[in-house]
Design a protein around this ligand. Sequence first.
Ligand SMILES: *[C@@H]1O[C@H](CO)[C@@H](O)[C@H](O)[C@H]1NC(C)=O
Ligand SMILES: *[C@@H]1O[C@H](CO)[C@@H](O)[C@H](O)[C@H]1NC(C)=O
Ligand SMILES: [Cu+2]
Length: 129
Amino acid sequence: MAEGRGGATQASLAIGLMMIALLLLNGELAKSKEFTVGDHLGWGFNVRNWPNDKTFHAGDILEFKYEKGYHNVVKVDSNGYANCKSNNAISTFDSGYDNITLARGTHYFICGIAGHCWFGNMKINVTAL
Ligand SMILES: *[C@@H]1O[C@H](CO)[C@@H](O)[C@H](O)[C@H]1NC(C)=O
Ligand SMILES: *[C@@H]1O[C@H](CO)[C@@H](O)[C@H](O)[C@H]1NC(C)=O
Ligand SMILES: [Cu+2]
């Protein structure tokens, strides 16, 4: 009787370890990715089409790198994006090296410095799957 129970415990332990191993493996495969917005040019003018050839997933991180004080990053809604208006900002970042983790859905970012979004195409939209 005692032996049988021990066997059952060992079996469930082995199954538990296997499940943990699978979870770790899966976590590795689903590891979040970091994207430097604008690649080597960073967050700057004419960045608008940078997202076009990329696929983003929830949990990925956008890194906005730029000269602090010269640009900023304003998360806006689709209307703010279309009209380059930051008065309804969802959040504003200005460290010069801002890391934003993406939730599932479409996100809109513009530069809030006068003219940069409208005349400089300093705006992106990113859809995370
Ligand atoms: C997102 O950006 C792309 C590239 O500039 C553009 O073609 C597309 O219309 C934009 N989407 C929205 C919802 O504004
Ligand atoms: C963003 O991440 C980098 C490292 O990847 C770090 O140096 C920087 O301080 C972070 N930015 C903020 C505002 O925490
Ligand atoms: Cu700017």
